[in-house]
Write a protein that binds this ligand. Sequence first.
Ligand SMILES: [Zn+2]
Length: 414
Amino acid sequence: MAAAVLLAPVLSPHETASAAGPPGSPRVSDIRAWTSDDYTRVAIDTGDEVSFQANSLPADPTRGLPPRIFIDIRGAGIRQDILRKPVEVRNGLLKQVRAGRFSKDVVRVVIDLERASSYRVFALPGPFRIIVDIDGKPETPGAAPAEARAAPTPPASPETAASPPVETAPEASKAPGPQAAGRRHPVRVMIDPGHGGKDSGAIGPTGLKEKDVVLAIGRLVRERLSRTGEYDVRMTRDSDVFIPLEERTAMANKGRAEVFVSLHINASPNRRTEGISTYVLSRGASNQEDLELAARENGVPVRKLSEVKFIIDDLFTGARKNESLRLAKTVNDAIVRNVSARFSGVQNLGLKQAPFYVLVGARMTAVLVESSFISNAGEEARLRNPAYLERIADGVAEAVRFYGQNGILVRSEY
Ligand SMILES: [Zn+2]
């Protein structure tokens, strides 16, 4: 089923020969795509901020054209070899991506699809990239992106954080989804150790790097969940490599993960700050610290965070948010409980919400764990202790298991 997706010129070669654009202007420097039978994400890299407009067209049998989405990018050039470069992706919903200069001032990227599908387009800053998420469902303008599903109550634990201050979780409004009893495949879990490669993440006072700690925790979680065969655990990275945030989400969606757990270690200018917290995606945050945390994890200044606000509400509604809130609380409580069994004075900072880019567009129950502050000398020392990391991993695995065994994972709307 593997097939190359060709980036074919929209216009003939002589028409695209001068597509570089004015010196110093933004330009389309890369087009990346991830696709499966019913999901596609396309990322268009422009480096600097550009204005763009998206539209779709139905199939045109008389001209032999499939359904397509096109993105017009104003005031940008395009790297010459993109016009010829094939992009290797697996076959699926995506047929082909074409790019070329549509007019003197506009670069057009055309996404040819196997079938008409609903889609969303948004941009992430730092560096600027346009993201096109195509969900494989028939295009239905104005339709709600996710259905609300009922879900059982999380395990016995204090309920004080059930409704975070930022937003109230919407009440589930439909009948329960398929239960675990009918499940025929292992629960698909995507573990996402944050950062990697050139991105060290936060660094502790004695030099411990977040990227190394979260990879170690991720491997421990995978080992724990993989023991019984009930969980199909994958990792966005299993080595010290850099992976863009939007690619991590795409990997989870493409792999039809049912649970996405992004692993991070917090940091604060206040070296005394300590504790464990777990986040779900939200368009805002309840305090400046959480906004600064999201900005740091997103690799952008705080002022850039507002740019994805509109899309977060659109993408993340109904039961998936409920599920994520429940899983986040379960994960956090389980980590604190497991760590506290061996270590003293562990602070439970609880369930929180903030605009993390890695969670934007995730089609499954998705949480982001900030397990301790690497900026705190005491917690940094603990993070060097394998026993501490094992307890954190125990907590994550225990919480995911609770969800799998209780059948309250929403089967994604694939
Ligand atoms: Zn991080």
